[in-house]
Design a protein around this ligand. Structure first.
Ligand code: ADP
Length: 173
């Protein structure tokens, strides 16, 4: 595999609408659905994604997907080919969990490489229900993908609102 550093692009919008090889889901360790990005992906992607998640729980991930790891399923009816599920850390003031958040981006790119995906869309992992401050979440996201060797050519951060977009734009430019 020939690796390089991916180019980073930013879009304000909905990750479920992205025509990329793989979209990354900010999942929880149950892999059985939740709110935010997770809810939107299962709603729009249809029941095939959940069926594969259930099969993963019944086999490799009987106790759930650990924080910082990533695993792929079909993308069902989404325009993408695959969904890469990763579990971000819950933000904690009394403990530095940055390495786990960086691991989500690195492991997702590693899974993308295994799949042969060349374009990958990421949400701002952990910055919703899991409470990570957006500016710091953006810093970790951009620094990590920029320093990871991968055959992925484009990493597209899909930011839901203008505040998130601006936080990422500050880090990218
Ligand atoms: P987490 O549990 O990892 O915090 P969330 O899904 O709650 O994950 O939120 C992660 C980020 O994704 C938040 O910034 C949230 O505003 C954003 N978000 C929510 N829905 C979508 C969507 N459909 N597309 C892109 N980003 C989204």
């Amino acid at each position: 595999m020939s690796t390089q550093r991916p180019s980073v692009t930013l879009v304000q919008g909905d990750i479920t609408e992205q025509a990329v090889d793989a979209v990354v889901n900010a999942a929880n360790s149950s892999l059985l659905g939740g709110g935010g990005v997770d809810g939107a992906i299962h709603r729009r992607g249809g029941p095939e994604i959940l069926a594969e998640c259930r099969a993963l729980r019944a086999s490799r991930y009987g106790r759930g997907l650990p924080t910082g790891q990533a695993v792929a399923t079909t993308a069902g009816r989404l325009p993408a080919r695959w969904v890469i599920h990763t579990v971000g850390p819950v933000f904690a003031r009394n403990e530095d969990r940055s390495e786990l958040l960086a691991s989500c981006y690195r492991e997702s790119l590693r899974v993308a490489d295994e799949l042969g995906a060349r374009t990958v869309a990421f949400p701002a992992i952990s910055t919703g229900i899991y409470g990570w401050p957006m500016d710091d979440g953006a810093r970790i996201a951009v620094e990590t993908v920029r320093t990871t060797d991968t055959a992925v050519e484009e990493v597209r951060f899909v930011l839901f609102d203008a505040q998130a977009y601006d936080a990422f734009a500050t880090r990218v430019h």
